[in-house]
Write a protein that binds this ligand. Structure first.
Ligand SMILES: [Zn+2]
Length: 90
């Protein structure tokens, strides 16, 4: 039998426990697109090489955090109520 616990307060919860709720948190960049300004003197290959070089040394988790992150939590009924009353309070 799979056992869960509330990710906020630690109370034990069963797999089909009516007090167990799932909280999904999605965080992603608000910018939908970038405006490209064409510079007739720019070297597109050089700019692409620079982007690829910076990504090759970047922390993959940090790059992902800057673009999209989805988290999932199990919470009890009490924590569900507290989260819904004030979702951004830590
Ligand atoms: Zn809880």
């Amino acid at each position: 039998m799979i056992r869960y616990e509330c990710d906020r307060c630690g109370v034990p919860l069963g797999a089909n426990d009516p007090r167990r709720f799932i909280v999904k948190l999605e965080v992603y960049a608000a910018a939908g697109h970038m405006d490209l300004v064409l510079d007739p003197h720019a070297d597109p290959q050089r700019e692409m090489d620079e982007i690829m070089r910076s990504l090759s040394v970047a922390d993959p988790d940090e790059v992902e955090d800057q673009t999209y992150r989805c988290l999932r939590f199990n919470v009890c009924d009490t924590c569900r109520r507290n989260l819904l009353a004030n979702p951004l309070r830590t």
